[in-house]
Ligand binder design. Structure first.
Ligand code: CAA
Length: 258
């Protein structure tokens, strides 16, 4: 169905899920999160699905983040709840999927969008992709596991640089620092992700699940709880009000620092 928020296509054991909200650069609002979570959950019980590929609709964006319009007037409790619900409902579900998830990053992967790609097990980027965690430029912090997974993938120093500068990096730099596994030309992106997925799909499903469990077992959980709490706290700052208002008004923020 083309009006669906998540498009699904199954071929040779590979289920490709496409976030389909191109007018908002595939930003993750509640409906998209629920639809994606439901699709991933359903795939767990489908014997004909061996590997998932996750991508974004349109040429411009994988996912440009959490939907800023949706949370701009949230208070602290709502902010913390947004992060908790999103993490439990979607991001944990991606990472803990019994079937490997390959992210095909076809453009901007920012904030929650990069966090989604980082919850996947492998990332392939098109050469025009741009990635970053710009949340501090909005007066908030990454809330969908980004402070944890970015440091796990690229190391603490690079994660600090990316989070604190709020800057974007291009696909070549992302490959350099290990944020993505491979970079290809845009027209080859989906095909390449599906080739990688097909290599995984040839292997024993039970062993794939056991391997992912084991690799992921080494990473603690307390950082995620800290992130949710600190994400919520940001919502009661004047900096957050200014940052989100400035984004919506398409101007630069002038942070009061409190
Ligand atoms: N939320 C809501 N709407 C978004 C969005 C987002 N994250 N990103 C883009 N959009 C919307 C824009 O508001 C715009 O809508 P209108 O046409 O109605 O004005 C449309 O998508 C197209 O975007 P732009 O006009 O901004 O396109 P651009 O080419 O000028 O810029 C961009 C592209 C650099 C990606 C810019 O859209 C951008 O900076 N987006 C926001 C990125 C961001 O800050 N993401 C982090 C969100 S916070 C988060 O994710 C928190 C968390 O961890 C839980």
């Amino acid at each position: 169905m083309s009006d669906s928020l998540v498009l699904k296509s199954l071929e040779d054991g590979i289920l490709t899920l496409t976030v389909n909200r191109p007018d908002a650069l595939n930003a993750l609002n509640r409906q998209v999160i629920d639809a994606l979570a439901a699709a991933i959950e359903a795939a767990q019980d489908q014997d004909d699905v061996r590997v998932l590929v996750l991508t974004g609709s349109g040429a411009k964006a994988f996912v440009a983040g959490a939907d800023i319009k949706e949370f701009a007037d949230f208070d602290r409790a709502q902010g913390e709840d947004l992060a908790r619900r999103g993490q439990r409902n979607l991001f944990d579900r991606v990472e803990q999927s019994r079937k490997p998830v390959v992210a095909a990053i076809n453009g901007f992967a920012l904030g929650g969008g990069l966090e989604l790609a980082m919850a996947a097990h492998v990332r392939i980027a098109s050469s025009n992709a741009r990635m970053g965690l710009p949340e501090v430029s909005l007066g908030v912090i990454p809330g969908y596991g980004g402070t944890q997974r970015l440091a796990q993938i690229v190391g603490k120093g690079k994660a600090m640089e990316m989070v604190l500068t709020a800057g974007m990096i291009d696909a070549a730099s992302a490959l350099d620092c290990g944020l993505v596994n491979q970079v290809v030309e845009p027209e080859l992106l989906l095909e390449t992700a599906q080739v990688v997925a097909a290599k995984m799909a040839k292997n024993a499903p039970t062993a794939l699940a056991a391997a992912m469990d084991s690799i992921l077992a080494g990473y603690g959980k307390e950082g995620y709880d800290m992130e949710m709490e600190r994400f919520g706290q940001c919502f009661e700052t004047e900096d957050f009000k200014e940052g989100t208002t400035a984004f919506l008004e398409k101007r630069k923020p002038n942070f009061p620092g409190k």
